[in-house]
Design a protein around this ligand. Structure first.
Ligand SMILES: [Zn+2]
Length: 265
């Protein structure tokens, strides 16, 4: 936490390194043609290998070989109830719910429909960082440059996250000055911490998540909602902003039953 605070100060002081211009080629994920599962290979194996170059799924052995060489159990998805799955997620169970790309708030009304919110922590640590210090060493500043303000976020440069986020922000800014309000009073990016009310690491820990305007986004816990019985929420984030983030590879917490409307990861 101390390191996270130090990096917040560096960001606000403009002292975090900027994104190197040549770092990454930006991917439009709406244009990526996913290979269809071939004989004997599950959609999970195909999707994981397409998403993370250097990762290999060995379905016969039931293992995932990470780009670092670490070997993790793939596990299975035996259809456990969502609360159990959330507490102790296997890699396979991360795919139990498919994230919808259409902008229909009705999807999230189904209790426990939280696609992308169940995460295998060992997988995330092996893919991103084992320690706060290692995550902090990878940080760069990404800037939203709107009509009337500039807002900086600290995110990791690993796996092209910063380049993708910069491209998303630039695309959002091109939608006009109406977008600026979502970049005021932001929650920020990197922060090595647990998710409120849980023992699970937040994806902010790895520098792969950002919280935009905290007041406009809404968060189910702050709203006093009961877990598993969260009602509608007053989303005020526009579809064009969400789509630009999704196009660049970030999912939105506003599509979760346990909504986190400021959160993209
Ligand atoms: Zn967040």
């Amino acid at each position: 936490m101390l390191i996270s605070r130090l990096y917040r100060v560096l960001l606000l002081a403009g002292l975090l390194p900027a994104l190197p211009a040549e770092a990454c080629r930006v991917t439009d994920f709406f244009e990526v043609a996913l290979p269809s599962p071939t004989a004997g290979r599950s959609a999970i194996a195909v999707a994981l290998e397409a998403a993370y170059p250097g990762l290999q799924v060995n379905e016969d052995a039931g293992t995932v070989v990470m780009p670092s060489g670490a070997v993790l159990p793939l596990g299975d998805d035996a259809g456990r109830p969502a609360p159990k799955r959330l507490a102790d997620t296997t890699i396979a169970e991360q795919f139990a719910q498919l994230y919808p790309l259409d902008f229909d708030p009705a999807h999230r009304e189904a209790p426990w429909f939280d696609p992308g919110r169940a995460r295998n922590e060992a997988f995330f640590r092996a893919l991103w960082f084992e320690t706060e210090r290692a995550a902090a060493a990878s940080l760069v500043a990404v800037t939203y440059s709107g009509a009337e303000l500039r807002t900086r976020f600290s995110v990791t440069s690993a796996h092209c996250v910063a380049a993708q986020l910069q491209a998303a922000f630039d695309a959002i800014a091109r939608h006009g000055d109406g977008m600026d309000v979502y970049f005021r009073s932001v929650g920020g990016g990197f922060n090595w911490r647990k998710i409120a009310g849980t023992d699970r690491l937040s994806t902010h820990s790895f520098g792969i998540a950002v919280d935009l305007n905290t007041a406009l986004g809404g968060y189910w816990r702050w709203a006093g909602a009961r877990e598993g019985a969260v009602g509608p929420f007053g989303n005020s984030y526009p579809e064009e902003l969400v789509r630009e983030m999704e196009r660049h590879g970030f999912i939105w917490g506003g599509k979760w039953h346990h909504f986190d409307g400021m959160h993209f990861e």
